[in-house]
Write a protein that binds this ligand. Sequence first.
Ligand code: OOG
Ligand code: MG
Length: 279
Amino acid sequence: MSRTAGGPSGEKALAAILDDARCTATAVEQLSAAQPLSLAAAYRIQAIALDARVSRGERVVGLKLGFTSEDKRRQMGVHEVISGWLTDAMRIEPGSCLDLAGFVHPRVEPEVAFLLAEDTEEDGAPGQADGCRLQLVAAAPALEVIDSRYRDFRFSLPDVVADNASAAAFVVGDWQPVPDNLRSAAVQLVFDGDIVAAAHADAILGDPVNALPAARQLFADTVSEAGNHMAPALAAGMVLMAGAATEAFPLAAGTEVHVVVEGLGRVGFTTGPVRSTAR
Ligand code: OOG
Ligand code: MG
């Protein structure tokens, strides 16, 4: 067999392992512990698991980038930018209560989110998967809740890609025009009124607006290559999360969490026992 991960049926089985792990909030062994896993196979597994969620009624609402800051790369020991998909079921209402019971070992990280829209100026075929005709029309402060389905929150690059880049939940604040000086904006992650991490937005790809070219590059190089016919396309109206500006921090119940991005404002949620729709 020429492909790693046991060919198409093997990839389906691996996607099911990760999907079950997420649905039951039970950590599993890294997939690469049992078989070689290429990056191309990992993006196919990611797309197969996403397709299972879509067939159960979830809607793809965006794309998240990972490992776009040095703090994150150092924390996790992964040194390449990756992507994962966001669905409507992952969305947290600003100010709401997020039940942590449905997660394995959730962490939160401060991010900047962008809204994608059709770029009428640019030349390109409509509907191109690499987002050629898209532009960033609005920005917002955002928090991402990540939750690796792997034991001890440890993984290799292909393992975390197969696991949809640890995507678990996200909250986005009010959309505003993308500020000219976004890269110099201060970003703070706050737990119960205490700043637990701070950075400037240029920690993310030198400037968070580089998230769109980075996403295009990923699509060209990996996401849609190697027969990955199941990966959705980037589209107008989707959210693009640029990646964490700082390390991620474990979430405990009973915490008020918010992010402040200078010039964009703040958004947050509390953690608690009330069951949320996000998981
Ligand atoms: C992978 C996801 C990384 C980010 O913003 O860098 C990520 C992980 O750390 O588990 O979302
Ligand atoms: Mg993130």
